[in-house]
Design a protein around this ligand. Sequence first.
Ligand SMILES: *[C@@H]1O[C@H](CO)[C@@H](O)[C@H](O)[C@H]1NC(C)=O
Length: 528
Amino acid sequence: MLSIRTSLNKIPRTQLKLCVRSLSKIALPAVPTAHAKPGFEPYFTASYINGQAVKSDSKEWFDVYDPATDVVIAKVPQSTEAEMDEAIDAAEKAFQSFKKLSVIKRMELTFKYVELLKAKTNELAATIVFEQGKAWSAAIADVYRGIQCAEHACNVLKETEMVGLEVSTDMETKTVREPIGVVGSIMPFNFPVMIPLWTIPYIIATGNTTVIKPSEFCPGTGALLAEIAKEAGVPDGVINIIHGKAPTVTKLASDPRIAAVTFVGGNNAGKYVHQTATKHQKRVQCNLGAKNHVVVLPDADKDAVLKGVVSGAFSSTGQVCLSTDILFLVGEAREMIPDIVETVKQLKAAPGFEDGDFGPVVSKQSLERIEAVIADAEAKGAEVLVDGRLNKPSGEEFKNGYFIGPTVLKGVKKGMRCVDEELFGPIFTIVEVPTMEYTIDYINKNEFGNSVAVFTQSGPAANKFTKEINVNQVGVNVSVPIPHAAFGFTSNKNSFLGDLHFYGPTAFKFLTHPKTITTSWKNMEHHP
Ligand SMILES: *[C@@H]1O[C@H](CO)[C@@H](O)[C@H](O)[C@H]1NC(C)=O
């Protein structure tokens, strides 16, 4: 694993300063390389309105914590009504000039954005580790997956090309795709760079403008991503960042100047956003909760299963909407339990800037929730095969961090929180089952449809599983089948509300309207 210190040392000092240049006025810290100690002077999270990093005038500021130490590192505002209006106005006005740019020019800007994102990978990753807590390698992956979306957005020429037909003699109809309008984006805490990049580069490529609300848990990457777009040459007002909690969500979902809304996050907020935006006649896409199952058949390759368990349940501390919740071991596959337990026991929760397998969870509430889920299972008779409560990093400095070690439960049943709720932490349950058919039936009855996987060496078994399962992101010998940017996210059932999915080819459809133009080219005998 790449250590933060070595990789940051590779960036020349002067370039590091340049990265935070225009934000330094409002005290964004220099790129962090270590966790915050008590006494750390918190910085004010920048908003970004009409091409400027600005400090909010708000009287209401929330604390942002370093999850590894529980020290307050930043303040994030509840943006004022006036600031939210200013950001939406800026987005609306920016369109007047931005729409005049040809698609070729917008593609060029998108390419430049990709180039600058790559150059600033370490800076973005360091902000993720500091505010969100994940391990350095996971933060790099967060940025990298986002950059893949930005690269895909460069396909704008092909994805929005006009199509035409001669519909009768000397009469043609063509369809052109025009940008939909200002897009409001509401972001979750778990991928502070990747998920904003499900939107920003596609906005640049299709010619619309956006107002984004980052998660209040880790808001710092928002202004950085907007700043990088400005450096790429994206006009002022195209990418705006505002902050806050419910009032900001309501504003973005209901303001008449906003044409479309994207949301990634929890069920209740997502349903509210979907209903509110729909009521206000907006186009909307919402990614919500999940309950992800991984099915291991007796013929599965054991090494592949062990690797799949580790990445499926523990990457990004299990705070991934595709993380493994339940591992179904079919028949003889139960013989893998001792090896699974041994493998999981080797994993270490550690501060993100230090060497470990995964970082703390994002908040104290999250930690308390996961500990309560374990206690609930234990009280109702489950076996705790690996107990993360006993496996936290040692030392004074990190004793208040939101750490929980890898956890595996067994002997679980419905009525336990670990079965009924999404886990969103470094924890999963093992369930022994008789047949693959049993798992297909069980999973199909589950209300969510985010991710599922089967481990087997049998082509016919894998084929049957992928055909019969009603979950639209399926892995075969792949535990986290998140589709590459070229395909787009395809979650279903209660994991998704809307019609057009995130990133990939449907992103271009979500962000544009089709317009048909029918022209008569008939020769009326009096041409010059
Ligand atoms: C993964 O699945 C395919 C299809 O069933 C199979 O051919 C392949 O051998 C499997 N790979 C591993 C590592 O188990």
